[in-house]
Design a protein around this ligand. Sequence first.
Ligand code: CMP
Length: 141
Amino acid sequence: MERTLTILKPDCVRKQLIGAVIDKIERAGFRIVAMKKTKLTTEAAGAFYAVHRERPFYGELVEFMSSGPCVPMILEKENAVEDFRKLIGATDPAEAEEGTVRKLYADSKGENIVHGSDSDENAQIESSFFFSTEEAVNVNN
Ligand code: CMP
């Protein structure tokens, strides 16, 4: 079993799509190991996306990610990282495949509904950004 970290971003929460996106995630066979609703400060959003610090869109990304509540989750499934990225589609919704979460619901590259870890290593780092070891224990499902 593998894990990945997702964030239902502030646009997902504002559009009242939390349930719709979780439905797609569960139907695709992912188990929710940990989940919370929280609001990132600009400092926390900046730290989470620190790898993108030098990118031209960094300021916009940090502002957006701290603009309202979001829902981080740890998900579990075989091949979780890769399968989740397939489920959500390309970063730019205009390039995302039909039926993917971003194709269905996202407005732009910046406001693209969900985040998904890009590697097992980053999944681990990102999961511990939001959840303690105890919160990430998968009890009996
Ligand atoms: P995410 O998977 O959360 O990881 C980095 C984020 O940067 C990405 O999703 C996009 O939301 C955002 N991003 C990438 N490219 C751009 C861009 N050109 N303009 C604005 N935001 C971007």
